[in-house]
Design a protein around this ligand. Structure first.
Ligand code: AMP
Ligand code: GLY
Length: 454
């Protein structure tokens, strides 16, 4: 396999992050023949229990300590999971020292880090998106409310740990959302945009060392964003995911959508590289297009992420593993003839499926229950069934919940319904206790959506 910048067989890899996405990436990398050890910083209970995976207890904000760890442990490649370190410039810090890292530099990460930057980029490059206006003055934003229809969408400019987007149903909600943004420390600006209706689609790409126009298109996935069934309840980070969500469409429609999505990708990569050419860098890393497809199959871009999705990544990793696709090779190889596209593979009849269900703590996405214990002993993991942890730590040999999204149950199969059923049968086998002796079971500590795959 020709590799532009690394030619090492016994690789040591560091994955930055602690969620389900990072557990899935670390697990998949640990299966690669070229990898001897994977470190995850800081990781979770799931990563600490994986073979050949080790957690590293360093705060993600502490770039210097991470860099010292990379140097003293001869890490060959670092892969960045979440957006915050990218926006904080961890890639710039690594590259200044000639250390190998996979992710966009902070200038490129503005595509995710600033809604104003990304919306202006879309408008300038004629990428279809929701109509919007940006505001840096609360008065002007509030005055604008008399000119819009509801629902409307208010987006804080800066990163806000997944809480920056508010869908407002009336004037009162919109006023509160505007005040919240301007009273927070995260953003001095916001965007007010039209509410779009349709089916969401996550299109993720690996923009690797082969250069622009050679992006690898990972299979499309669908994230179930709202907390409750049938798109009701508040927006979350994602309550589940499935692969190839538009497979029931006619082939011609899939091809049309495919062409439209590729156009968005190409416009993005070429124009962002052009716009930031003075940095002497180009887009390198994962790129996520969050898309909305309306009833007439017109596509608009909702957002860019400069990372993989969560829980979409968990869904993809069990799929790639079962399809015998080496994720590390997708990041490192540079000898493919033209772009590689796993969606076209699918259209050409490889109808495999994967399903991901999030088990979340009651209360999520608002303040949620935590510090209880999770018993996974009745779940028998296999090639077709894998649990990826998110908000968990190990305490006295038990799995303790610490986060809103606790874990995902992930399944793979040829038959779509069987795959979904397997995930549901197993998520129901997970038991939760308020004590680490497992004497006091409490079934009201967690919840999951009942309609994933539907
Ligand atoms: P963003 O970070 O911009 O993607 O927003 C997070 C989520 O909010 C999206 O995945 C959608 O579920 C929802 N959302 C964002 N913008 C819009 C919009 N204009 N219309 C409808 N839903 C939206
Ligand atoms: N699941 C959506 C995201 O990762 O942004």
């Amino acid at each position: 396999m020709a590799r532009e910048f690394l030619n090492i067989n016994n690789m040591k890899i560091l994955v930055l992050g602690q969620g389900g996405r990072e557990h899935a990436i670390a697990w998949k990398l640990s299966k690669s023949n070229d990898v001897t050890e994977v470190f995850v910083c800081p990781g979770n209970a799931g990563t600490s229990l994986e073979k050949n995976v080790t957690n590293v207890d360093i705060n993600l904000n502490n770039h210097k300590e991470i860099i010292d760890f990379v140097k003293s442990n001869q890490i060959n490649l670092t892969i960045v999971g979440p957006e915050a370190p990218l926006v904080d410039g961890i890639v710039n810090d690594f590259r200044n020292l000639d250390l190998k890292i996979f992710g966009p530099s902070k200038e490129f990460a503005e595509l995710e880090g600033s809604k104003v930057f990304s919306k202006n980029f879309m408008a300038k490059n004629k990428i279809m998106t929701a109509n919007y206006k940006e505001f840096c003055d609360p008065e002007a934003a509030l005055n604008h409310l008399s000119e819009i229809k509801y629902p409307t969408v208010i987006k804080a400019d800066g990163l806000a740990a997944g809480k920056g987007v508010t869908i407002c149903n009336d004037d009162l909600e919109a006023r509160k959302a505007i005040e919240k943004v301007f009273n927070s420390n995260h953003s001095e600006k916001l965007v007010i945009e039209d509410f779009l209706v349709g089916q969401e689609l996550s299109a993720m790409y690996i923009c690797n060392f082969s250069g622009p126009t050679f992006e690898i298109s990972l299979p499309w996935t669908k994230d179930y964003k709202s907390r409750d069934e049938y798109n009701s309840g508040p927006n979350t980070g994602g309550m589940g995911a499935v692969i190839h969500p538009i497979l029931d469409e006619h082939k011609n429609i899939i091809f049309k959508l495919h062409i439209e999505i590729e156009k968005i990708l190409t416009k993005t990569i070429l124009n962002i590289n052009e716009q930031l050419k003075d940095t002497n860098m180009r887009y390198l890393g994962f790129l996520y297009l969050g898309l909305m497809i309306d009833a007439d199959n017109n596509i608009k871009l909702l957002e860019y992420n400069c990372r993989m999705g969560d829980p979409e990544t968990q869904n993809l990793m069990i799929y790639l593993e079962n399809m015998k696709i080496d994720f590390l090779n997708l990041i490192l190889e540079n000898n493919h003839e033209g772009s590689r596209d796993y969606n076209l593979d699918y259209i050409n009849e490889k109808k495999h499926y994967s399903c991901t269900i999030v088990l979340a703590a009651n209360g999520y996405p608002n303040s949620y229950k935590k510090d209880f214990y999770v018993d996974l002993s009745e779940v028998n993991e296999s090639e077709n069934l894998k649990i990826f942890h998110a908000g968990t730590v190990i305490e006295d040999g038990r799995i303790k919940s610490t986060g809103g999204r606790i874990l995902t149950v992930n399944t793979f199969g040829l038959d779509r319904q069987k795959c979904i059923d397997l995930a549901y049968v197993n998520v129901k086998k997970i038991r939760t206790f308020i004590d680490k002796e497992f004497k006091h079971e409490d079934n009201n500590l967690t919840f999951f959506r009942e309609d994933i795959g539907g």
